[in-house]
Design a protein around this ligand. Structure first.
Ligand code: BES
Ligand code: ZN
Length: 883
C-alpha cells in the first residue's frame, strides 16, 4: 500500500453524537446518464441550545462541487475544508440553511454504489455509505430527516421517475422533459434513500392491511420480464400478511414498490417503500428458475419487507450495530420461510449454511463478533457472522423466552424506539425488561467472536439408574481476540432407549418426570446434569434443533448414530447424525487413500442409507437432505491439514459405492417420484423433486445413469429437473454433456439469469481442465466482468465451489484468481473484496499450496491503487501469518 493511503480503522468506542438536527432535506435531480446535477437545501439546527456555533461536517465522495452556500451567502474555497471524504464548514450559526449543487457521472460508475446505470435505466444504492456519492450530507444512520425529492428528466428516455414515499406532484417541462416530486413522511437515514429513472414496465396488485389501509403493490421490471413477476408478488403479499399475524406489524404507507435490476452488488435493498432487487430475487417462471430460486425469492422478498419495521422504523445508531437490523431480520425471514414451507427442512438448510460459511469465517483471519469493535471498510462486514450468526443469537432469545416472551420483548422494543437509531444493547434491554429477566451474561454473544465448542461426556450407573451428562464449554482463541469468557448456551436434548423410544426426563431434584425434550442452559464453563429413573444406558439425542451457534463434540458410535437416524423425534438430530456418519466414513477413506491403502464402503453407512431410502413415511425433502453428502469444503474444515484431492476421491468413492450397492432402491424410489405430472409449485411437489433429483445424482454413478438422465432432460417441463439433469451429465463427464450444454446455451443465450446457471455449472466441474474452461468462458459474449452476477457465477463459483480446480497443485488457480481480484478492484471494489476472501482459509493447506497462495496475496497487496475494501481482506489474511 502506498504511503499516505494507509487504511484507517474506525472504532466502535469512538462514537460521537452528531451535534446537529437536520430538518427536511430538499433534493433536486436533473437527470441524465452522463452527468446528473444534484441540488440540495437543508436546515441545520444545533442540538445543544447552549452553544452559539459549531462546525458542520458533511460526507462526500467523487462529487464535482458546483456551489455551496450558507444562510444565503455563497461560500468560497477559503470558507470550508475538504479532507478526504469530509467537508467541514467551521463555526456555523446554531440555525443554518445550507444549499449545495454537485455533478455526478452515473454512466461511468462501475462500483454500483451511489447513482449508476443498469441497462437503460438509472438507479441508486446507498447502504452503507453510498449517499455520499450523490451529494454532500452527514452520511450516517443516526442522522434522520424527511426527504422531498424532485426529479426532472427527458420524458422519452425516463418516463418513470421513482423515489421514496408518496408521489406529491408532477408536470411537463419544455423540450420533451417532465418532472415528478416524491415526499416520504417518515424521517430516515441516508442509506434508505433511493431513486429510479427509466423506461420500466410494471405489474400491479393490492394488499389491504388489517386496519383497512389499501396498499398499492408494484413490481417494476424491464418489459421482457413482465411474465416472471407473479411469484415475487405472491411472496410479498404472503409476507405482509404473515408479519401482521405473527408479529402484529402492519405496513405504514399506501405504496410499496420493488424494482428489479441485473446489476446489483448484493441480493436486495430495503429502501423505504422503494426496494431495489437483484433480478435473481424477483424474476421466476418454472422453466427459467429452480425450486431453490423460488424459495430464495420468497425469503428475500420477505426479508426486505420485514426491514420496514426491523431496520427502517427502528434503525441502527452506527454501522457497528448492523446485526441489530440484519440478524433480527434474517431471523424473521427464516421464520417466514419455515411457516410457508417446511420448518424442519428450513432449519437444516440454515444450519448447513451456518456451519459451512460462518464457522470457517469465525476461525479465519476475518473473525469478528456479531457486533464488531472496529473496521476499515464497512462493506466487508456484511458477513455471515453479522447475518447468520446474528440471526442464531436472536433465535436463542426466542428459545430462552419462548414465543410469547419474545413477542413481549419485540413490542417493548417498538414502543420504546420507534423512529430512533438504536443499539444492540437497547434490543437486549427491551427483551430483558419485558420479561423481567437478567440477560447480562447473554449479552456476551455480541462482543465475543469465535465458535464455542461444547464437549459432552456421559456416565450411566445401572445400579442407581442414574445418567449423568457433563457439558463443558470452550471457545478457542481467534485471530481478533485471545481470551474468551463463558457464554449462555441453550442446549436442548432428549434420551432414547436402544429401541429408539424416547424416555420421559426427570432431573435429580425433580419430583416427577416431564416430556422427552429438555432445555438445559449451560452458563458456566462446566455443568453436570443427572437424570434419574433411566432404565438402561441411553442414546443421548444432543442439541435438538441446533439450539446455539456452537460445535458439539460427543463420541458417538455408529450404532448410536444409526438409532438417532432411524428414530429421533427431532429432524435436525436425524439429519446431523446422518451427516456425522457420512463425514466419519469419508474422512477415514481419505486417510486410507493418503496412506496408499484400499478404500472401503462402511456397512453401517450402507445400512443407514438403505433405511432412509426405504422410508415412505417421512417428508421426502428431509430424506433428500439426509442423503446429500457433506460438501468438500465442509469436509476440508474437519481436517488438520486439508487434503484437497484425497477428500474429492474419498467422497466420490463413497457416493458411487452407495449408488452401486443400492442401485435398485435408488431406481425404484426415483421411478416412484418421477410421476410425469405437470409442474407444480407447492411445497409437496418441491419436496418430491428434491428427493427425485438426489436419487438421480446417485444414479449418475451407475450403469443406468446416463439413459435415465437423458430421459429426464427430454421430458422435463421445468428448470429444476432440467438443470439437475444437465448438471448430472456435466459432472459424470458424459459424452452427452457437450450437446446438452450447447442446446441450453442456444435456448437461453438472451436470458441473463439462466445464463448465470450455465456458467456456474461449468465453473463447478472438478478436475485439472477447469481453469482452461473458465478462461474460455470469460470470452463468452454473455459474460461481463462488470456484472456482479456473472462474476459470482463464473469466477466466484470456480474459486469457492471447485476445490480441485482452484487448488490445483501448480498454483494456476490462485494466480488466475489474484489477477481477477486486481482487475475487479479497479471496477468494483466491493465485489473484488468478496472474491479476495476466497483466499481466507489459506493457512489450512499444505506447505506448498500455502507458499503459492501467500505469494499471490503479496502480489495483490502490492498492486497500485488498491481499494480499502480489498486491502483490508488481504492484509488480514497476511497478518494471520504469525505476526
Ligand atoms: N440491507 C441489505 C442489503 C445491503 C447490504 C445493501 C449491504 C448494501 C450493502 C439487505 O437487507 C440484505 O440483507 N440483503 C441480503 C439478502 C438477505 C435475504 C439476507 C443480501 O443482499 O445478500
Ligand atoms: Zn437485510
Amino acid at each position: 500500500m502506498k504511503e499516505g493511503l494507509a487504511n484507517k480503522s474506525i472504532y466502535r468506542k469512538d462514537y460521537k453524537v452528531y451535534p446537529w438536527d437536520v430538518g427536511q432535506l430538499d433534493l433536486h435531480f436533473d437527470i441524465a446518464r452522463e452527468s446528473t446535477t444534484v441540488r440540495t437545501e437543508m436546515e441545520f439546527q444545533l442540538k445543544d441550545g447552549e452553544q452559539a456555533k459549531q462546525d458542520i461536517v458533511l460526507n462526500g465522495s467523487e462529487l464535482q462541487l458546483e456551489s455551496l452556500s450558507l444562510n444565503g451567502s455563497e461560500l468560497s474555497g477559503d470558507d470550508y475544508v475538504i479532507d478526504g471524504e469530509t467537508l467541514t464548514i467551521p463555526d456555523a450559526p446554531a440555525k443554518s440553511v445550507l444549499k449545495t449543487e454537485v455533478r455526478i457521472q452515473p454512466a461511468s460508475n462501475s462500483a454500483l454504489e451511489g447513482l449508476y446505470l443498469s441497462g437503460a435505466f438509472l438507479l441508486t444504492q446507498c447502504e452503507a455509505q453510498g449517499f455520499r456519492k450523490i451529494t454532500w450530507f452527514p452520511d450516517r444512520p443516526d442522522v434522520m430527516t424527511t426527504y422531498r425529492v424532485t426529479m426532472e428528466a427527458d420524458r422519452a428516455e425516463f418516463p418513470i421517475l421513482l423515489s421514496n414515499g408518496n408521489q406529491e406532484a408532477s408536470g411537463e417541462l419544455p423540450g420533451g422533459r417532465h418532472w415528478v416530486r416524491w415526499e416520504d413522511p417518515f424521517p430516515k437515514p441516508t442509506y434508505l434513500f433511493a431513486l429510479v429513472a427509466g423506461d420500466l414496465a410494471l405489474v400491479e396488485d393490492h394488499f389491504t392491511t388489517r386496519s383497512g389501509r389499501d396498499v398499492v403493490l408494484r413490481i417494476y421490471v424491464e418489459s421482457e420480464n413482465l411474465d416472471r413477476c407473479e411469484h415475487a408478488m405472491q411472496s410479498l403479499i404472503n409476507a405482509m400478511r404473515w408479519d401482521e399475524e405473527r408479529f402484529n406489524l402492519e405496513y405504514d404507507l399506501d405504496i410499496y414498490h420493488i424494482v428489479a435490476t441485473n446489476d446489483f452488488n448484493m441480493g436486495a435493498m430495503e429502501n423505504k417503500s422503494l426496494n431495489i432487487f437483484n433480478s435473481k430475487y424477483v424474476l421466476a417462471r418454472p422453466d427459467t428458475a429452480t425450486d431453490a430460486d423460488f424459495q430464495g425469492i420468497e425469503g428475500v422478498i420477505g426479508h426486505e419487507y420485514f426491514h420496514n419495521w426491523t431496520g427502517n422504523r427502528v434503525t441502527c445508531r452506527d454501522w457497528f450495530e448492523l446485526t441489530l437490523k440484519e440478524g433480527l431480520t434474517v431471523f424473521r425471514d427464516e421464520e417466514f420461510s419455515a411457516d410457508m414451507q417446511s420448518r424442519a427442512v428450513k432449519r437444516i438448510r440454515v444450519v448447513r449454511d451456518l456451519r459451512s460459511r460462518q464457522f470457517p469465517e469465525d476461525d479465519g483471519p476475518m473473525s469478528h463478533p456479531i457486533r464488531p469493535d472496529r473496521y476499515v471498510e464497512i462493506n466487508n462486514f456484511y458477513t455471515s457472522t453479522v447475518y447468520q450468526k446474528g440471526a442464531t443469537i436472536i433465535r436463542m432469545y426466542h428459545t430462552l423466552l419462548g414465543e410469547s416472551g419474545f413477542q413481549k420483548g419485540m413490542k417493548l422494543y417498538f414502543d420504546r424506539h420507534d423512529g430512533q437509531a438504536v443499539t444492540c444493547d437497547d434490543f437486549l434491554a427491551a427483551m430483558a425488561d419485558a420479561n423481567g429477566v437478567d440477560l447480562e451474561r447473554f449479552g456476551r454473544w455480541y462482543s465475543q467472536s469465535g465458535t464455542p465448542q461444547v464437549h459432552v461426556s456421559d456416565y450411566y450407573d445401572s445400579a442407581s439408574r442414574k445418567y449423568k451428562l457433563t457439558l463443558k464449554q470452550h471457545t478457542p482463541a481467534t485471530h481478533d481476540q485471545k481470551t474468551k469468557q463463558a457464554l449462555v448456551i441453550p442446549f436442548t436434548c432428549g434420551l432414547l432407549t436402544n429401541n429408539g423410544e424416547e424416555l420421559p426426563l426427570q432431573l435429580e431434584d425433580e419430583t416427577e418426570a416431564g416430556p422427552g425434550t429438555r432445555l438445559l442452559v449451560l452458563e458456566e464453563m462446566q455443568q453436570e446434569y443427572t437424570f434419574v429413573n433411566v432404565p438402561e444406558a441411553p442414546v443421548p439425542s444432543l442439541f435438538r434443533d441446533f439450539s446455539a451457534p456452537v460445535k458439539v463434540f460427543y463420541d458417538y458410535s455408529h450404532a448410536q448414530l444409526a438409532i438417532l437416524i432411524a428414530f429421533d423425534s427431532d429432524a435436525y438430530v436425524r439429519w446431523d447424525a446422518a451427516q456425522r456418519m457420512a463425514q466419519d466414513v469419508i474422512l477415514e477413506q481419505c486417510h486410507r487413500h493418503s496412506k496408499g491403502q484400499e478404500m472401503r464402503l462402511d456397512p453401517s453407512l450402507l445400512k443407514a442409507f438403505r433405511g432412509t431410502l426405504s422410508d415412505r413415511a417421512a417428508d421426502p425433502a428431509l430424506l433428500a437432505e439426509a442423503m446429500i453428502m457433506p460438501d468438500e469444503d465442509y469436509l476440508a474444515e474437519q481436517m488438520e491439514v486439508v487434503d484437497v484431492d484425497g477428500i474429492h476421491v474419498a467422497r466420490k468413492f463413497i457416493k458411487s459405492g452407495l449408488a452401486n450397492e443400492l442401485e435398485e432402491l435408488f431406481a425404484e424410489r426415483y421411478a416412484d417420484l418421477n410421476d410425469g405430472l405437470p409442474y407444480q409449485k407447492s411445497p409437496e411437489a418441491m419436496a418430491r423433486r428434491a428427493l427425485k433429483n438426489v436419487c438421480m445424482s446417485y444414479l449418475q454413478d451407475t450403469q443406468a445413469g446416463e439413459s435415465l438422465i437423458t430421459a429426464q432432460l427430454e421430458s422435463s417441463d421445468n428448470m429444476t429437473d432440467s438443470l439437475a439433469a444437465i448438471k448430472g451429465l456435466v459432472l459424470m463427464d458424459s459424452p452427452m454433456a457437450g450437446k446438452a450444454l450447447s442446446q441450453f446455451e442456444t435456448r437461453w443465450s438472451e436470458d441473463a439469469l439462466v445464463m448465470d446457471k450455465w456458467f456456474a455449472m461449468q465453473a463447478m466441474k472438478p478436475g485439472c481442465d477447469s481453469l482452461g474452461r473458465v478462461r474460455e468462458l470469460m470470452k463468452h459474449p454473455a459474460f461481463s466482468i462488470q456484472n456482479p452476477n456473472k462474476v459470482r457465477s463464473l469466477i466466484g463459483v470456480f474459486a469457492m465451489l471447485n476445490p480441485t480446480g482452484f487448488h490445483a497443485a501448480d498454483g494456476s488457480g490462485y494466480a488466475f484468481h489474484a489477477d481477477r481480484v486486481i482487475e475487479l478492484d479497479g471496477l468494483n471494489p466491493q465485489i473484488a473484496a468478496r472474491m479476495a476472501s476466497a483466499f481466507n482459509r489459506w493457512k489450512r493447506y499444505d506447505e506448498s499450496r500455502k507458499k503459492l497462495i501467500k505469494a499471490q496475496l503479496q502480489r495483490i497487496a502490492a498492486a497500485d491503487n488498491l481499494s480499502g475494501d480489498v486491502s483490508e481482506i488481504i492484509n488480514n489474511a497476511l497478518r494471520s501469518d504469525g505476526e
